[in-house]
Ligand binder design. Structure first.
Ligand code: C2E
Ligand code: MG
Ligand code: MG
Ligand code: MG
Length: 279
């Protein structure tokens, strides 16, 4: 019987592992350099008040502008940043950049009320997150009341006990807290009561189906009612069509984000959009 090139499956397997390990190390190095060399950029997506159509906030979403590979979306490097601990420095960079930009918008008098920044669970567990956020606010002069921090359900559930304390300390500074991707994680309604939050962001996957599926509509209806009963503002993520927005308006949803209004844009494009919106 002929040998397959003299190599067993096992050789291929180890070779694959070696390759992917090498790729990881290489990507980690490139990401570290990107952070140091200013290759990260913040884009911003408008948050719209449904009743008035006004842009009342923006969410900062990080991108990696790689000289070789172009604009890389966060889904391709945030997980690696979390695994390697780089997320601490990366997260602080995004926060600083978003607050700095927020101050610029205030200075030219077209400021959105709120700048929202995503925090990963890893950052929450770093211990010094409250000090680090307070430091960025001090350094940039951005008002705490205009900063909103987004945490996913799973990040909130990872270490329940401490999390409530950290959220309370952040809120004591005047910072607003949002739960991101609601409905995709543990969906334990109990924590909505335990953690004091300000905004509930309904995940896009429900919004995708509200104009087609009655059960998706029912779920969104229930989430909005529950959010309001708990005193939270409710935001729908990933709204792409007018018919989705019409349903959300009927349902009494407060805010939306989505391509229907705008994709995430660089700061200059958002400045133009805010100018247009105001005038
Ligand atoms: P997210 O915080 O839930 O952000 C919403 C994502 O949905 C963004 O993807 C946004 O571009 C996309 N999106 C918004 N509206 C629409 C729409 O109408 N249609 C479609 N198809 N997509 C829409 P993006 O920018 O790729 O970010 C993905 C995720 O990466 C974010 O989800 C967030 O979890 C994470 N992320 C982004 N920036 C940061 C950051 O600075 N720190 C951390 N820890 N995570 C971040
Ligand atoms: Mg978010
Ligand atoms: Mg989300
Ligand atoms: Mg998401």
């Amino acid at each position: 019987r002929a040998k397959e090139g003299g190599r067993s499956r096992f050789d291929f397997y180890t070779e694959d592992l070696t390759h992917s390990a090498r790729h990881r190390v290489e990507t980690e190095r490139r990401l570290r350099d990107a952070l140091a060399e200013g290759q990260l950029v913040a884009h911003y997506q408008p948050q719209v008040e449904i009743a008035t159509g006004r842009v009342i906030g923006v969410e900062a979403l990080v991108r990696w502008r790689d000289p070789e590979h172009g604009l890389i979306p966060p889904g391709e490097f945030i997980p690696l940043a979390e695994e390697t601990g780089l997320i601490g420095a990366l997260g602080e960079w995004v926060l600083h950049e978003a607050c700095r930009q927020g101050v610029l918008w205030m200075e030219i008098g077209i400021a959105p009320l709120v700048v929202a920044v995503n925090l990963s669970g890893y950052q929450l567990r770093q211990g010094d997150i409250v000090e680090s956020v307070a430091r960025v606010l001090r350094q940039t002069g951005f008002p705490a009341e205009r900063l909103e921090l987004e945490l996913t359900e799973s990040a909130l559930m990872e270490r329940e006990g401490d999390t409530a304390g950290v959220l309370d300390r952040l809120r004591a500074h005047g910072i607003r807290m949002a739960v991101d991707d609601f409905g995709t994680g543990y969906s334990s309604f109990a924590y909505l009561r335990r953690f004091r939050l300000d905004v509930l962001k309904i995940d896009k996957r429900f919004i995708d189906e509200i104009d087609q599926q009655q059960d998706a509509r029912t779920i969104v209806d229930a989430i909005i009612a529950m959010g309001h009963a708990l005193g939270l503002q409710v935001l729908a993520e990933g709204v792409e069509t007018q018919s989705q927005l019409d349903i959300l308006r009927d349902q009494g949803c407060d805010l939306f984000q989505g391509y229907l209004k705008s994709r995430p844009l660089d700061a200059d494009a958002v400045t133009a959009l805010l100018r247009n919106d105001a005038g």
